[in-house]
Structures are given as structure tokens and as C-alpha cells.
Write a new protein. Structure first.
Length: 329
């Protein structure tokens, strides 16, 4: 639009009635949403500077796509590309709605359910689910990988879930070809003769949580709480001069002794003395409390996706900008 046409449009805004103002506001909001997504994608295209097909750095502008994203033509191989070519969203028709899903996942408000988002954005619920899985994969590096100073470590637990699994259906349809699943279905517990699962059963998955006083955080799904498992999880991420604060689990003491790291055991029973006010695991306890609030609405996500949910939680509390996630995808 030419500048004088734009000024004419601005002057005519005062002639709109209330209903027209609402329609105009909705249209401007949609355009702003589209523009924001296009800006993020084009910034990735400008930053890469190379053809994703042949890695040649010589290119020229070659019009725009039907979603109004800048297209480039490689002067080496002659193929065209955009800022999202080669990514998981290269064939996405509505990058603006994809960005809205990212914002919902990482915003200050609790994330919406799949059905709520599908109704809000006018999308199929399975489309929103696939987009959310793409975003979870992009958040795989949200946890910190280096800790120093006073480091707190503890573990929390998430009940194993086989949500969406067809193992019982396959077993009942053909018992000769499919073995009986090792775990009952959730609604069978509590029935006559089948006690409820209580305490730390073998279906509880341990999640190792690590944090230091500089703000580094890590949630990691581990296979158990043995000495070897804890040592393999902590050894690559703790600095040699770290001070480790944990509860009384023996695996932490064994790791500290093997790694020559100063170790403080935090007493949890009433009346027991603590080392000092500086050495505690209150940051870890706070993270566990916030994690329980975050994960509760999902009613036990499938365990095969649990690692993604852990990184999602870390990204939320770390205030990761949605634009960074879109560029990472």
C-alpha cells in the first residue's frame, strides 16, 4: 500500500461503527499474528545464508510463497528455498497458528488442552497434537548441561503410563501371537482382589532433578537409582569443585566419594541437625512442587513422551521466547 493510501485509511477509521471496529480489530490481530510468524521464519532464512540443498552461499531473491514468505533462488544449483526449507514445518500452511501453539505452551498462563486449542484456532485436534510433538522435539536441549558451586540433587517420580498403547487389544485379539502385557489397565486397579498401586512400585519412573544457585536446572529421566546410574547421570555435568547437597540416598554419597566432591547430606526428619543454612535442597523441592502443578492437568502423559514433557517444563520456567523455538524447529 502506498503511503498516501495508508493515510487515507487511517483517517477513515473514525467513521467505523462499533461492530466494524470489532471486525477491524479481529482482522488486524490475525494480520499481526501472520506477520510475526513470517518475520521469525525470514530472520532464520537471512541468518543461514546458505542453500539447504547444496550449501552454496550465493543466492538471489525469488518472489514470495503463497504464505507471503520470502523465497530465494540458489545461484549454484538453481533450486529455490525459504527460511523453513528442510525443517519439520517446511510444508506448514499456517505458520502463524503454529506460533500461537508455541506461545500457548510457553506463556505465563497454564497451557491449554489439545481440544481447547483446536477449538480456539479452528484446527483439527490431531493437527494440534502433531504440532505439539514437533515443538517438544525442538525443546530437547532446554535442560542445563553444566553445574557448579552449590549443586542440589534429588529425585521425583512419575507413574509409568502406556496411554494410547494397543497392547491389550492385540493380546485379546490374538493371544497366540502377542504376549500378555505385564501391567493391568488403569481402571482394573481397585477392583475386587486387585489392590491399588501405592508407594514406589516398579511402575514409578525416577526423574533425577539437579539445580545450582546460578539458575541452571535439569530434569532427566533415569532407569533407576543405583550407584552406577546416578554416577553416569551426574559425572558429565558437575564441575570438580562443586558442593553437592542431597538427601540420604546412598548412591549420592557413593558418587561424591568416587568423584572427590564435597557432599552434604540434608536431614529430613524433625529434630535432625543440618550442616548450615546455606546447604539445603529447597530449590529442588520448589521445582518438584511446580512440576506436580504443571503435569497434573495432563493426567499422566504416555511415558514414551515423558522426556519431552520434562524439557517443556524446564523451558516454561526458564521463560524461553517462542520465537527462539520457532527458529529451532
Amino acid at each position: 500500500m502506498k503511503p498516501h493510501d495508508f493515510r487515507k485509511l487511517i483517517k477513515r477509521l473514525g467513521d467505523l461503527n462499533p461492530a466494524q471496529v470489532q471486525d477491524a480489530e479481529a482482522r488486524i490481530t490475525e494480520l499481526r499474528r501472520r506477520t510475526e510468524a513470517i518475520t521469525e521464519i525470514e530472520s532464520r532464512g537471512r541468518a543461514s545464508g546458505r542453500c539447504p540443498h547444496c550449501q552454496c552461499s550465493d543466492r538471489e531473491k525469488w518472489g514470495r510463497t503463497r504464505t507471503n514468505i520470502q523465497r530465494y533462488r540458489c545461484l549454484g544449483c538453481g533450486r529455490t528455498f525459504t527460511g523453513r526449507t528442510g525443517s519439520e514445518i517446511q510444508n506448514l500452511h499456517r505458520p502463524d497458528l503454529f506460533l500461537e501453539v508455541v506461545k500457548d505452551m510457553l506463556g505465563d498462563r497454564p497451557p491449554s488442552s489439545i481440544r481447547q486449542l483446536s477449538r480456539l484456532l479452528g484446527l483439527n485436534k490431531y493437527t494440534v497434537w502433531r504440532w505439539r510433538m514437533i515443538i517438544l522435539r525442538a525443546l530437547s536441549g532446554a535442560s542445563s548441561s553444566a553445574f557448579a558451586g552449590i549443586v542440589e540433587a534429588d529425585e521425583t517420580f512419575q507413574r509409568e503410563s502406556r496411554k494410547g498403547s494397543r497392547e491389550w487389544v492385540r493380546y485379546q485379539q490374538n493371544k497366540g501371537s502377542h504376549p500378555k502385557p505385564p501391567r493391568r489397565r488403569w481402571y482394573e486397579y481397585g477392583k475386587k482382589g486387585i489392590p491399588m498401586m501405592r508407594g514406589l512400585s516398579r511402575w514409578q519412573l525416577p526423574i533425577l532433578t539437579v539445580a545450582d544457585r546460578s539458575g541452571a536446572r535439569r530434569f532427566q529421566l533415569v532407569s533407576g537409582r543405583s550407584n552406577g546410574t546416578i554416577h553416569m547421570a551426574l559425572a558429565p555435568i558437575l564441575a570438580p569443585d562443586s558442593v553437592l547437597c542431597t538427601d540420604g540416598m546412598k548412591a549420592y554419597a557413593a558418587f561424591a566419594q568416587a568423584s572427590s566432591i564435597e557432599h552434604f547430606v540434608i536431614k529430613t526428619k524433625p529434630g535432625q541437625k543440618t550442616a548450615s543454612a546455606t546447604h539445603h535442597i529447597q530449590n529442588i523441592n520448589n521445582l518438584h512442587s511446580r512440576y506436580e502443578t504443571f503435569i497434573k492437568p495432563f493426567r499422566g502423559p504416555a511415558s514414551k513422551y515423558l522426556e519431552g514433557y520434562l524439557q517443556w517444563f524446564i523451558a516454561r520456567i526458564g521463560k524461553v521466547p517462542p520465537g527462539d523455538v520457532l527458529r529451532a524447529v
